[in-house]
Design a protein around this ligand. Structure first.
Ligand code: NAI
Length: 380
């Protein structure tokens, strides 16, 4: 399909990033390693972000994780970009970042969402959420295990809006063949690596025939390179209905940016809500880890009731990415014991535990798991 590109959209077409071999965890290279320790950027964000980051630090300190944090706070009221630029420079230097959701309070046209700006500036073209049920969390459906692969830098988040005449606002949805291919190939490679059987492309090509049409057509083309993986597609409306009625039919899902935001929230809701699942933003050079639904949780900030699991899981994903598998495995197991065996749950999961009850139990579990081992996992 020939697509004419308006000059204003040129910066969105980063064709040089099409690197067919740089998929699946290999994508981002962690850089800042000195004397066996990694430095990573920490962006606490707003709402519950700072308290959740304090828990991550506490768990890392307790578990002896050799990671140091370079913390950068971004003022939500700010209309300038100085602190944002500082944060981006820090991520470029360190290669890896853990973040909470950064609020952008300004409603002034042209002031970008900080979260979107970070993803676009660092070309974090794909977001991956592994949504898996915890057996200890009571939900309508059991045994959900779905991987969401979302285009992360364009689509409905292009932030190109204008008022053409008074009372008429236009918003551009940008889909490029390059980025559609990158995300589709990432999804299929990920499915292949994890031995998954099926990939479903989510779209609205019946209405958005050019933009979603290109996204769908591209994923169908990529699917031909993966004959052992079944490929189908589904319209976003039906997808939401199918997800709530029969989520087990889904394995790996590929989608554009806004559908990814919606589907992430639906699936996170199905397995227990905003406080459980982590999400990863990948590009060819950088990786950013955060809670999957990317909420701020402002209404519950400072009350010791926020569920710390999504952010702790994000920190475990980060440790795996950095190659600290011993620490990652222990913290992941400690989280699972806390939720499934000890059945400590915060309010959002129908429990009565505080955030700090959960974190202290995770620490207790880490202590048991690491008894008789030094910080590198060697027994003594
Ligand atoms: P919110 O922050 O109010 O969260 C939605 C619900 O989930 C609330 O009931 C909250 O209490 C609950 N929740 C979130 N995290 C939790 C946790 N760890 N433990 C227990 N409960 C938790 O979400 P809302 O109102 O949709 O968004 C707030 C802000 O976040 C807005 O400024 C929005 O722009 C931004 N946002 C940004 C996204 C992005 O991708 N950049 C995505 C979603 C929201």
């Amino acid at each position: 399909m020939a697509v004419r590109v308006c000059e204003r959209l040129r910066p969105l077409l980063k064709t040089s990033h099409l690197s067919p071999i740089s998929f699946v965890r290999k994508a981002a290279i962690a850089k800042a390693k000195y004397g066996g320790r990694h430095t990573v950027t920490m962006l606490p964000g707003g709402g519950i972000g700072p308290e959740l980051m304090a828990y991550v630090k506490e768990v890392f300190r307790f578990a002896g994780v050799p990671v140091d944090f370079e913390t950068v706070s971004i003022d939500p009221q700010s209309e300038g970009n100085e602190d944002l630029e500082y944060a981006i420079t820090s991520i470029r230097r360190n290669g890896v970042c853990i973040k909470g959701n950064i609020e952008t309070k300004s409603l002034t046209a042209g002031v970008q969402s900080r979260n979107v700006a970070i993803r676009s500036e660092l070309d974090l073209f794909v977001s991956v959420l592994h949504c898996k049920s915890y057996p200890g969390v009571r939900c309508r459906h059991k045994g959900i295990d779905v991987i969401l692969v979302r285009q992360n830098t364009e689509g409905e988040y292009a932030m190109l809006e204008h008022e053409s005449v008074s009372g008429v606002v236009e918003s551009m949805k940008v889909v490029t063949a390059e980025n559609a291919e990158r995300v589709a190939r990432y999804g299929f490679e990920y499915a292949k690596k994890l031995g998954r059987k099926k990939v479903t492309t989510i779209h609205k090509a019946n209405i958005m025939k050019l933009s979603d049409g290109l996204f769908l057509e591209t994923s169908r083309k990529v699917a031909k390179d993966y004959p052992n993986i079944q490929h189908n597609d589904m319209i976003i409306d039906n997808c939401c209905m199918q997800l709530v009625s029969n989520p087990h039919q889904f394995d790996v899902m590929i989608m554009t940016n806004l559908y990814g935001a919606i589907v992430s929230n639906v699936v996170c809701g199905l397995v227990g809500g905003a406080g459980l699942i982590s999400g990863i933003n990948y590009g060819d050079h950088y990786a950013v880890f955060e809670p999957g639904t990317r909420n701020t949780g402002t209404a519950i900030a400072g009350k010791n009731i926020a569920n710390p699991i999504a952010m702790l899981s994000a920190s475990v994903d980060m440790l795996e990415h950095l190659g600290f598998h011993y620490h990652a495995t222990n913290i992941r197991k400690a989280i699972e014991y806390t939720i499934n065996e000890d059945r400590l749950h915060t309010l959002d999961l129908g429990g009565t535990s505080s955030s700090t009850d959960i974190v202290h139990n995770v620490l207790k579990r880490i202590e048991k798991l690491t008894e008789g081992h030094n910080w590198m996992g060697k027994s003594y």
